[in-house]
Design a protein around this ligand. Structure first.
Ligand SMILES: [Zn+2]
Ligand SMILES: [Zn+2]
Length: 407
């Protein structure tokens, strides 16, 4: 084993940072049938493997199991609720799968040409070092990736913009195409990986730095607070000039909040504590802020104002989506984004995962029929507003249910 092993090891860990099972599945398929792929014909190593007995890693059952798990993985990463539920374990799953693939690779190689060779023992020793580097690097890369994904989760929890779904498809493609590139052009893959990793790392640092740097000092106790906070998290002294928050819930440092009550509602809508501005964790209207101890929606008047704020948007959103309905396809896409952001997201952020998943699918089945109707001219105009109205009512109902349930 040589420098090539390191290049492959680092490269493959970059693929496993995206997906756990998909790269393992592709690895086992290529190790088993690599010599039948026309574009892999010139790869010596795969030719050497050709015709040898399958190892535990390349036998039919393991390949089938990995294939099924890969399909489940692709499906799960397209459902925001499932993806979020998986996110906490995915780092370990990926690290485990890269290790398994690595040993699978070694045992397959062993079977073919380094078996029984004295050199193989030395090679094995070095291989384990590269293997270790590869496993450690998967953990490291997957951690950076999940840090960036966390920012995206926070920014657009239910993926109203569809950005996460786009990234998810790109990652699937990367796990598959990247694997073949790695065999054919390993250096290119390493360069791409290095750039992606560098950008992700800097981006994460930048957001953290920006948030920390913009913090304001409490006049009364000297504690640091988010610029969008209405009260000091430590001594509860009202802060003089809170700033508004943008679409992603980020503090807009050049825009002071005009109306304090409206600002508190807006913070809540963006899932930040209406008092100290900390990002809230739970999908429940009744929760206590981990930083300042504020009890969300404890005040019934505040809950009423929150509902009124969203309700006031209903008529304008219905009008806009009605107008958009007349633009084929694009109007539908923009209309869906508009009502999801303005009517659904404020409720859905406080509805438990399993419940919003259920609502989503019930509505989807119904919408599927409606979208089919969209194809008929004349009837189409009312479809998007109808989708908006049904979504609004379903999510609102579930939100109110959570609100009235005693925690
Ligand atoms: Zn203070
Ligand atoms: Zn708070």
């Amino acid at each position: 084993m040589d420098l090539n092993s390191l290049i492959y090891g680092l490269g493959i860990s970059g693929l496993f940072a995206s997906r756990a099972f998909l790269p393992a599945f592709i690895s086992s398929v290529v190790l088993r049938w690599g010599d039948s792929f026309p574009f892999l014909k010139d790869i010596d190593f795969l030719q050497n493997l050709g015709g040898s007995e399958p190892s535990w890693f390349t036998n039919g059952y393991v390949i089938t199991a990995l294939g099924v798990l890969s399909l489940l993985e692709i499906g799960a990463t397209k459902i925001p609720e499932a993806e979020e539920a998986m996110e906490s374990v995915s780092k370990y799953l990926k690290t485990g799968m890269v290790a398994a693939t690595y040993f699978g690779f070694l045992s397959t190689a062993d079977k073919s040409y380094i078996e029984g060779n004295l050199l193989a023992m030395q090679a094995g020793f070095f291989a384990n070092i590269w293997g270790f580097i590869s496993v450690a690097n998967t953990y490291f890369t997957a951690s950076i990736r999940s840090g960036i994904m966390e920012l995206l989760f926070e920014a657009d929890e239910d993926d109203s913009l569809g950005l996460r779904k786009m990234i998810s498809w790109a990652e699937d493609a990367w796990a598959v195409i990247g694997f073949f590139w790695l065999i054919l052009y390993p250096i290119v893959v390493l360069i791409i990986l290095g750039i992606l990793l560098g950008v992700a790392f800097l981006l994460k640092k930048y957001f953290h730095y920006k948030e920390e740097r913009s913090k304001v000092t409490c006049d009364s106790c000297g504690e640091q607070n988010y610029p969008c906070a209405t009260e000091c998290h430590s001594c509860s002294t009202p802060l003089s000039k809170p700033v508004t928050v943008g679409f992603f819930g980020q503090s807009k440092n050049d825009k002071p909040a005009e109306d304090l009550e409206k600002h508190k509602l807006r913070l809540t809508e963006k899932k930040r504590c209406p008092s100290c501005g900390t990002r809230l964790e739970d999908k429940d209207p009744h929760q206590t802020c981990g930083t300042c101890g504020h009890e969300l929606f404890k005040d019934p008047a505040f809950a009423k104002d929150y509902l009124a704020m969203v309700t006031a948007r209903l008529a304008p959103v219905l009008l806009i989506t009605l107008a958009l309905s007349f633009i084929p396809f694009l109007g539908l896409v923009i209309g869906v984004i508009i009502y999801r952001v303005h009517l659904v997201a404020p409720f859905r952020r406080y509805i438990p995962l399993y419940r919003s998943f259920f609502i989503k699918w019930m509505i989807r089945i119904f919408f599927f029929i409606l979208i089919a109707v969209q194809l008929i001219p004349g009837v189409g105009g009312v479809v998007v507003p109808l989708m908006a109205l049904i979504s609004y009512r379903s999510y609102r109902k579930s939100f109110v249910k959570g609100l009235t349930e005693v925690a």
